[in-house]
Design a protein around this ligand. Structure first.
Ligand SMILES: *[C@@H]1O[C@H](CO)[C@@H](O)[C@H](O)[C@H]1NC(C)=O
Ligand SMILES: *[C@@H]1O[C@H](CO)[C@@H](O)[C@H](O)[C@H]1NC(C)=O
Ligand SMILES: *[C@@H]1O[C@H](CO)[C@@H](O)[C@H](O)[C@H]1NC(C)=O
Ligand SMILES: *[C@@H]1O[C@H](CO)[C@@H](O)[C@H](O)[C@H]1NC(C)=O
Ligand SMILES: *[C@@H]1O[C@H](CO)[C@@H](O)[C@H](O)[C@H]1NC(C)=O
Ligand SMILES: *[C@@H]1O[C@H](CO)[C@@H](O)[C@H](O)[C@H]1NC(C)=O
Ligand SMILES: *[C@@H]1O[C@H](CO)[C@@H](O)[C@H](O)[C@H]1NC(C)=O
Length: 427
């Protein structure tokens, strides 16, 4: 059994891999590079190490509390040291690691010479908004990445430098944003504000479309009741899980033509317009754990659709797929419809419409009296023809595997910055 399951996992993984190549490709290109690989150790300082001038190295090269590896001469590691204050940062440092300390304040002094800084990791500290000196980050003209997740921030930090590309503010208590807080952030590609205390009114005054290069916006686990207004047309990944959003305005996505993945599980969506997700670049859509009663038009390029835990009673294939074009067929490969109110499996016509479909997970369904019912077909899974020998494996094996899959999917709905694994995790 264990061995068979392993084969299943491998096949499943392989199948997913094949269908996700495009996604992986794109994301890798934008995000998967380790910044260190880009930064050539080009400082004369490096030579000083080789000539062995220990005093010079010690006094100018590294703060005594920290570690500066010889092979990454522009990085300073001060993480996990119970530090309460930020050490002085030498001029040549580009990457500064201060995560997992007990820092409460970000003062100007240690940063005075640090104009070359490109990356600051201050995650997992105790930083409070009112203890960040005004302008301390804005004075760093080369800053590209700022990690402030897992702190005690109550406000969005302002001002920030226009050079910034990735800003991570998850797991704070941010409930206020100054008007125009985002105005100068024209180079920002990724903004993470998950696990904060944002309300609709927090975003109302903002013009998010000023972030003209923004590709990923994470607003999961906040207190939003409606869709965030005025998003930039560059957006590709939008994460809104676990808010209280109940509707989507009719033409909401017209201004987001590049949207690639939309995550809206654990909201209160009820009636949504039939053609709302007709977006030509949408590949992943998660609207599980909502209150949807009806299915909707499935756009051609969508590959993964999560509809579990809604109130859907039947899925009319003619509605989700009104026409079949043999030359440009739909791309759907994975569909989750468990924990709905389906009384029978979806009509097999679905396989004509979505010829690439690889699995449909029916799981358990809720009946009207609150009981759960099992459809006869728990899981439909299709492998390529040469995998046929796996089909005589029993349903039980399938269910166990799906159970595991489900756990993985439920356990990881925090879309991480480095993206690709996490964004693909629920597949
Ligand atoms: C900044 O550089 C100057 C000149 O090298 C030095 O005297 C000073 O101590 C440095 N300050 C900090 C905070 O590193
Ligand atoms: C920053 O620290 C976090 C831990 O909080 C770690 O996961 C992340 O990889 C670090 N990022 C960088 C760019 O060093
Ligand atoms: C924004 O990015 C562009 C292109 O990489 C760069 O030329 C420009 O200097 C950046 N803006 C700021 C304010 O750093
Ligand atoms: C928001 O910013 C965009 C881009 O800078 C601009 O075109 C638009 O007019 C602004 N909208 C509002 C309501 O200010
Ligand atoms: C959603 O957020 C609430 C707090 O706002 C939290 O209590 C709950 O556990 C979250 N739900 C999930 C599924 O994470
Ligand atoms: C989806 O969009 C295409 C092109 O924008 C349009 O031709 C088609 O009628 C739309 N379909 C639905 C169901 O909205
Ligand atoms: C499915 O929807 C189409 C179009 O609205 C309708 O004509 C058809 O009767 C529906 N089929 C079922 C089984 O409800």
């Amino acid at each position: 059994m264990g061995f068979l399951r392993l084969i299943y996992v491998i096949l499943l993984f392989f199948g997913v891999k094949v269908h996700s190549q495009y996604e992986t490709y794109q994301w890798d290109e934008d995000y998967d590079q380790e910044p260190n690989e880009d930064y050539e150790p080009e400082f004369p300082f490096h030579q000083n190490i080789e000539y062995g001038v220990p005093f010079y190295q010690h006094s100018i090269g590294c703060a005594s509390e920290c570690f500066c590896p010889a092979n990454f001469p522009t990085s300073m590691y001060c993480d996990n040291r119970k530090l309460k204050t930020i050490p002085n940062i030498p001029m040549h440092i580009r990457q500064l690691n201060l995560q997992f300390n007990e820092i409460e304040a970000v003062t100007i002094d240690p940063f005075i010479n640090a104009t070359q800084l490109q990356e600051i990791n201050l995650s997992h500290n105790k930083i409070k908004s009112q203890k960040i000196d005004y302008g301390v980050f804005a004075k760093l003209p080369n800053l590209l990445q700022l990690h402030l997740q897992h702190n005690n921030l109550e406000e969005f930090p302002v001002p920030l430098p226009g050079s910034l590309e990735r800003l991570l503010l998850g797991y704070n208590k941010i409930s206020t944003l100054q008007t125009n807080a985002m105005d100068g952030l024209a180079n920002l590609t990724m903004l993470d504000l998950c696990y904060n205390h944002l309300h609709d009114s927090t975003l109302k005054e903002e013009n998010l479309s000023k972030m003209e290069k923004l590709m990923q916006l994470n607003l999961c686990n906040n207190r939003l009741e409606s869709m965030p207004p005025g998003l930039p047309p560059s957006l590709m990944y939008l994460s809104l899980e676990n808010n209280s959003i109940s509707s989507i305005p009719d033409n909401y996505f017209d201004k987001l033509p590049k949207l690639h993945a939309l995550r809206m599980s654990h909201n209160k969506l009820k009636d949504i317009p039939y053609g709302i997700f007709n977006l030509s670049n949408l590949v992943e859509l998660n609207v599980g754990h909502n209150k949807l009663k009806k299915a909707f038009y499935i756009p051609r390029n969508l590959e993964h659709l999560y509809l579990q835990d809604n109130e859907i009673e039947n899925i009319n294939v003619t509605l989700i797929c009104p026409s079949i074009d043999p030359l440009h067929h739909h791309h759907l490969t994975y569909l989750r419809v468990d924990q709905n109110k389906l009384k029978e499996p979806i009509s097999s016509f679905i396989f004509f419409c979505f010829p690439r479909i690889h699995s449909i997970y029916y799981g358990e369904q809720k009946s009207t009296d609150g009981q759960t019912i099992q459809l006869k077909t728990q899981v439909f899974r299709r492998f390529d023809d040469d995998d046929d020998d796996d089909d005589d494996d029993g349903d039980d094996e399938d269910n166990t595997l799906e159970g595991q899959e489900q756990e993985v999917a439920e356990g990881h709905f925090y879309p991480q910055y480095y993206g690709v694994q996490e964004w693909q995790e629920t597949i």
